[in-house]
Design a protein around this ligand. Sequence first.
Ligand code: C2E
Ligand code: CA
Ligand code: CA
Ligand code: CA
Length: 277
Amino acid sequence: MAGQAQDNLAFYDESFDVYNERRLTLMAELDKAISHDGLDLHFQPQLDLKRNRIIGVETLVRWKHPEYGFIPPDEFVTLAERTGIITPLTRWVIRNTLKAHSELTAGGFPLQFSINISAVNLKEPDFAQQVAFMLEEFGVRPQDIMLELTETAMMDNPIRASEELFRLKKIGVLLSIDDFGTGYSSLSYIKKLPIDEIKIDKSLVFDLTSSTDDQVIVKTTLEMAQNLGYRVVAEGVENQEMLDILIDLDCDLIQGYFLARPMPLPALLDWLSERGL
Ligand code: C2E
Ligand code: CA
Ligand code: CA
Ligand code: CA
């Protein structure tokens, strides 16, 4: 899997020229979209299986380009990481997530918000400090914010990444390892970091219903992670069968289309009201 991810990057570099024009247009316009609030945030609920309660949401950024239409976040986040635009992009996402958090809290739904952070952000000299300032500005408690990072991305500069994670931990925000089970996930590296949560990648969750081997992998991952004291989330739960297996395996939280798709804030408020939390 690690090799595959690297191959993808290599392929991406080679084809960079081919898409140069689209790439340049997109980056120039992403910059504008950030400064003129041309992006949107969608929120996907997370269900705590043990308490049968919605306890959090993951923030997912959306960009509808006037000419190209909907651009998948995977595409423009990758571009933004390569051009440095990820710094203002992440800042925009955090600020607007904190705003949404305040609105939901005012609406009677004090949820935890998970935000995707790029490993590139961890190399910014003052990232943790910036996060602290924003929390203060919006009056949000640090423990209401979970930052999601992929381990593969941190491997680029594990020492620098680890230092910044400890700074973030000191501020009091929670930290999650995203896409666990892809790449060279290793609990022995994660164990050295101040991590609160492990998110099992949807590719593993998809395989739950078809292969007993994959069930063993998820079961073992869950047991190890929980024994080490991490909360475990399964993402990409698309049907009842997957949910039943995850309940059986004693998973802590689930997220996926079966529960709810990512949605804008007003829809989320309606959804939460109908459900009664
Ligand atoms: P991710 O962090 O792993 O996010 C989960 C992706 O799975 C999201 O795709 C979500 O819409 C999708 N998903 C949720 N439930 C299901 C399900 O049941 N089945 C299937 N097939 N998919 C499901 P999305 O929104 O297209 O985001 C793709 C990736 O883009 C994210 O993967 C994340 O790596 C990145 N991304 C999205 N928003 C942000 C952001 O604000 N900042 C950063 N840095 N990256 C972001
Ligand atoms: Ca994520
Ligand atoms: Ca993920
Ligand atoms: Ca991902």
